[in-house]
Design a protein around this ligand. Structure first.
Ligand code: ARG
Length: 404
């Protein structure tokens, strides 16, 4: 009888390489290894693809998902100013539903009934993969070897790998867990687990030390069309290229580092360091342009919805009615968000330096204090009378001397 087929979310690291073998030995399955290119630092995925075949995968593919990531995921994240707990731009959370979609498509194309991933039982990514996959096709079965096996420590895992012909890393790996893509880099574990320890300087690769950045700083003009960044310093480019450029510009000015205590879905607080130069620069510029182009009422509602959107995506609910409903609100609002924002980067700091829009709600003649002022000052008297009326009535009721 033909063996069952399993599609594996494979990165080429120790865990998922061991899983390629483990699924064959422990589950007697044929493994289809899928490595997603989401713009991670590791550029050459060919040796990684080949490695899975060497470990016995029946099929191994490196799939370029970058364009789709930028178009379908990051565009919406920017529209939602997506920052989990107001801080983290969701780089891992955004890539998982995209990878899941490809895993499901490949499972359908290859006739696989199983999908496997290398996430631990303590993290968010297991929740994101499994929730996304089930939302896309509830008939698929999931396998999470790391939750199942008893290869406790990294040493034990290396021994198992060695004994079973899985190549083990020869260079001493950094004692951190890292996830990276176009939208930034996440670094955790090792000395970072003591929350009082400073992040060691060797964890950062996308940003220079802010204290060593050029003192004169750098200006950068971001152009937006209907809420989507479309140009940088006057040069139009596709979002994918623009993000790569924005990462370089902000990174060389030491901007984009975060160090936060974060609330995981599984109830644990964890300490995570991030560097997200482009994500934070673009979201900051975008928020400023929204303040110029959206009404106060819309902005207030949007602040709540932005936080809600980030929370949904963090919790693995990309493929949900709730996320789509907020995106519909954003689709309407973003139609107004066209213009340019000049941002100033300097030694790890970021400031808005100038802004203009196609349809600004800022009216010079209303705002100015010079002679071109058109605001009808006398009208304010009547406005204040009506505005204060309920409070005057209440105050009268309370009687003299009752106010705090
Ligand atoms: N805490 C982040 C999240 O849940 C990143 C997870 C992956 N981080 C890592 N360093 N491997 O989205």
């Amino acid at each position: 009888m033909a063996k069952e087929k399993v599609v594996l979310a494979y990165s080429g690291g120790l865990d998922t390489s061991v899983i390629v073998k483990w699924l064959q030995l422990e589950k007697d399955m044929d493994v289809v290894a899928i490595c997603g290119n989401v713009g991670q630092d590791e550029r050459d995925l060919e040796p990684i693809r080949q490695k899975a075949l060497d470990i016995g995968a029946v099929q191994s593919e490196a799939v370029d998902m970058r364009e789709e990531y930028a178009q379908d995921f990051l565009t919406r994240a920017i529209a939602a100013n997506a920052l989990y707990e107001g801080v983290y731009p969701l780089l891992s959370a955004l890539s998982r539903p995209l990878i899941s979609k490809h895993l499901v498509d490949i499972a359908h194309a290859t006739g696989a009934r199983y999908i496997a991933h290398g996430c631990t039982g303590k993290g968010n990514d297991q929740v994101r993969f499994e929730t996304s996959i089930k939302a896309l096709d509830p008939t698929l079965e999931l396998v999470a070897p790391v939750r199942e096996w008893d290869l406790g420590s990294r040493e034990e895992e290396m021994e198992w790998a060695e004994a079973n012909g899985v190549p083990v890393p020869t260079t001493k790996s950094k004692p951190y867990s890292i996830d990276d893509n176009l939208w930034g880099r996440a670094i955790e574990c090792g000395v970072l687990e003591d929350t009082w320890n400073s992040p060691p300087s060797d964890i950062w690769t996308m940003t220079v030390d802010p204290q060593a950045a050029p003192h004169e700083g750098e200006e950068v003009v971001i152009g937006f069309t209907a809420g989507v960044p479309t140009s940088i310093n006057g040069k139009e480019m596709p979002l994918l290229d623009l993000i790569i450029e924005a990462n370089a510009i902000a990174g060389r000015n030491g901007y984009g580092r975060l160090d936060m205590i974060e609330d995981r879905v599984v109830g644990i607080k964890s300490r995570e360091c991030y560097e997200c130069p482009a994500a934070l620069l673009l979201i900051n510029a975008h928020k400023n342009l929204e303040m110029l182009t959206l009404s106060a009422e819309v902005l207030k509602e949007k602040q709540n919805l932005d936080l809600k959107w980030a929370d949904l995506v963090y919790r693995g609910l990309w493929y949900s009615q709730a996320r789509e409903a907020i995106d519909a609100y954003n689709a309407y609002t973003q139609a107004h968000v066209t213009g340019e924002v000049r941002m100033k980067l300097c030694c790890g700091s970021l400031f808005m330096d100038g802004i203009r829009a196609e349809a600004p709600l800022y009216d010079y003649n209303l705002a100015t204090y010079d002679e071109s002022d058109t605001f009808e000052h006398a009208q304010s008297e009547g406005f204040i009378y009506v505005h204060s009326l309920p409070h005057i009535t209440w105050s009268r009721q309370q009687g003299p001397g009752s106010r705090q």
